[in-house]
Unconditional design. Sequence first.
Length: 200
Amino acid sequence: MTVSADRFVLAFAADRRIADGPLTEALPLIQTAVQAGRDVLVFDAATGKVIDLDLRGTAAEALARLAPAPTPEEAEPEKRGPGRPKLGVVPREVTLLPRHWDWLAGQPGGASVALRKLVEAGIRSGEGPDRARRAKAATYALMTALAGDRPGYEEAVRMLFAGDWTAFDTAVEGWPDDVRETVRAMASAAWRNGGGRPGV
């Protein structure tokens, strides 16, 4: 799989974080460490998962092999077909019970407007919990790779998913500085989005 040049990454050589930021900026540091014989793990900052890089040749050659960042048009291709394509409205089949259709028909603006409002409300109400789940999953993936055999790991996992910041903080206290502070920072995104609170 080709890796996008603008992907944010975290790179570790053993217990030391050697780079973080867009891959275009981090890659020369990663390559230097690898060429010096250090074992390096590179993580996708959004998912916490390890990514593989092709580091053959010079830093410029390695950078040239990265996929370019998508343009706005590529990221959001123009939608065509029935509906209101300039607004991105696309018709699709929806199956509902008769009482649902009756209720929708009685709403201001009709069924389509009511459905769009319901979906938007659902998206808004789910944003915090969804971000919290993603933050927990990313923290779990990264700390499993970096600290899966360390004292306190199992307790840290339990407290991460229980949403107990205080106990999580205690469980990772003895880990190497860069590992500890990275997992704390990643986990804090879960707490900020409703995935727990200090002293739960």
